[in-house]
Write a protein of this length. Structure first.
Length: 186
């Protein structure tokens, strides 16, 4: 059996092929697993939400849409990036609510400028900052989500958001500098 490209499968799903989204999830699983494993390696402490569970939660969120409307592969992965952010933030909020301490999440915004460990509180601070950024500049927030949570390259973000790579680079520099400064204040 030949594996169809994700974009072809997404188009088939839009056209009513009920099995197409299952095939999309199968085809995307390995790429999403790489992302989830990268996120998982950055976390210390509680391993309840392992990479497989994270992917499962993302698929549940994506499957919530009865009629999928993904333009292409990069749009699908950009949406999956946002879902991954939501799952991770929900998990961090649950960890904070337990008040057991010791469970930490590590995120990396930019390996050279913004590397470092983040606690659950810092992940929630990042979420709060992204929420404010989204109100001010939704595109900038989408760029950050795609880069951090989706592990997308500048070119992939540009394609997903239908903007130029130069715009992505410029917006990423502004956003990452702001995030770094805001999180350093805390």
């Amino acid at each position: 059996m030949t594996v169809k490209p994700i974009t072809v499968l997404l188009n088939a799903a839009k056209d009513g092929d009920s099995s197409a989204m299952d095939q999309v999830y199968s085809a995307a699983y390995q790429e999403l697993k790489k992302l989830a494993l990268a996120h998982r390696r950055r976390w210390r402490g509680n391993s309840t939400l392992n990479a497989t569970a994270l992917i499962g939660e993302v698929f549940i969120k994506l499957a919530g849409d009865k009629e999928p409307d993904f333009a292409n592969r990069t749009h699908f992965f950009a949406t999956a990036s946002r879902a991954m952010r939501q799952v991770l933030v929900n998990y961090a909020q649950q960890q904070r609510a337990t008040k057991r301490g010791g469970d930490a999440v590590r995120i990396t915004l930019d390996e050279e400028k913004l590397a470092g460990d983040s606690t659950v509180e810092e992940l929630l601070d990042l979420h709060e900052l992204l929420t404010r950024m989204e109100a001010e500049n939704p595109r900038r927030c989408q760029i950050v989500e795609c880069r951090i949570f989706g592990g997308m390259t500048v070119e992939e973000v540009a394609e997903a958001l239908s903007i130029s790579p130069a715009t992505v680079k410029r917006e990423w520099q502004v956003a990452s500098a702001r995030i770094f400064m805001e999180l350093e204040k805390k």
